[in-house]
Design a protein around this ligand. Sequence first.
Ligand code: UD1
Length: 422
Amino acid sequence: MERLVITGGRRLNGEISVNGAKNAAVAIIPAVILASGVCVIENLPYIEDVVSLVDTLTRLGCKCGFRDRHTLVADSSGVSETQAAFDSVRKLRASYYLVGALLGRFGEASVTLPGGCNFGTRPIDQHIKGFEALGAEVRIEHGQIIAKAAKLRGAPIYLDVASVGATINIMLAAVFAEGTTVIDNAAKEPHVVDCANFLNIMGARVKGAGTDVIKIQGVPGLHDCEYTIIPDQIECGTFMIAAAATGGRVTLKNIIPKHMDSISAKLSEMGCSVREGADFLTVEGAERLKPVTVKTMVYPGFPTDLQPQMTVLLCVAGGTSIVKETVFDNRFQYITELRRLGCDVTIDGRVAVVEGPAKLTGADVTATDLRAGAALIIGGLCADGATSIGNVKYIDRGYETIEHNLSSLGADIKRVRAEEPT
Ligand code: UD1
């Protein structure tokens, strides 16, 4: 078992290049199933979720190989298997995209129910509603989602919540459906747009991604392609917040500054300086960070996936801050771990009240999920003394060698093999 050990108190300084977007990668890799040619996908982050999905695709009969650490070459022409009941599927949330892709291509799919981070109930009713509207019969049996359609036909689908997963999944299933599918109240996140762009470059006809209404005109087939995944908004935001928390100055390269607007605005409101270039931005911390109110929202609002990291930052700001979580019903489980570092946070349902500035001190803590792990790292960077973080496997699901990036910015962080505390 591995732990990350951080000795805090150093300001982060320097520049790093941001990796490709995890949430785009985990949608685009299953989407490869829809292609009948060879797909070359560049700028993939080399993270556990990507490795698990590539393993799953291989088991389904796709010929996949990494040309280099960040480039996947995948040929799905030989895929004939429509059942995905492997361990690798259970590990991640995004395995639900296999349902849309297999259903879209073969008219049937049987996929183990998704795993992924636990922040309360994470239903998939909107995915199922979409598949059914397209003409599929869907049932859940023995832990499998089983979907079958004699023929898929385009249909209007109104999503009760602007779900990222449901929007992408319906897009995948509808690519070959006869006629037009209209997804109303669609999610607008950058990875939704990236997945639509990937499908379109292969010959799909998806219009409106990035707005509330997405229209998919069915096409008979998709061809091979080369595609480059967008930079990761959440990885970039994590490093921006880490720079601000340590009072450092960090430049993030290979990014789309527009995707960072909600984070840049909040950091500026706290007194930090954020300067943007065409494909980079520089964050400089402030001597005195001001308290703010943060409300997580669907894009272009403040992302829920940066809520834990932001909460730690607010712990070292002076005054009372409020964090409102509107996307998930139970995303404050990590607060217990933050308190071990000395954070002063009170939870009332979906609202956290943060009192700062707290004097953080290093402690043994455990990552409760991926982004909670990132928050603990930021806490460790600010804390006096050593912080040892367990359950690093969660962090590895979404950040490529995070300790190398942080070390290159001057952090004292290392990965050690150690027994987890009981
Ligand atoms: C995706 C991201 C995750 C991010 C989240 C919100 C991936 C692989 N994961 O997760 O990192 O935190 O978006 O930006 O891209 N909901 C329903 N019924 C459904 C689907 C969702 O009620 O059928 C609810 C969820 O419980 C949640 C809200 O809708 O409250 C948003 O969920 P959704 O956007 O679907 O998140 P995920 O796709 O699971």
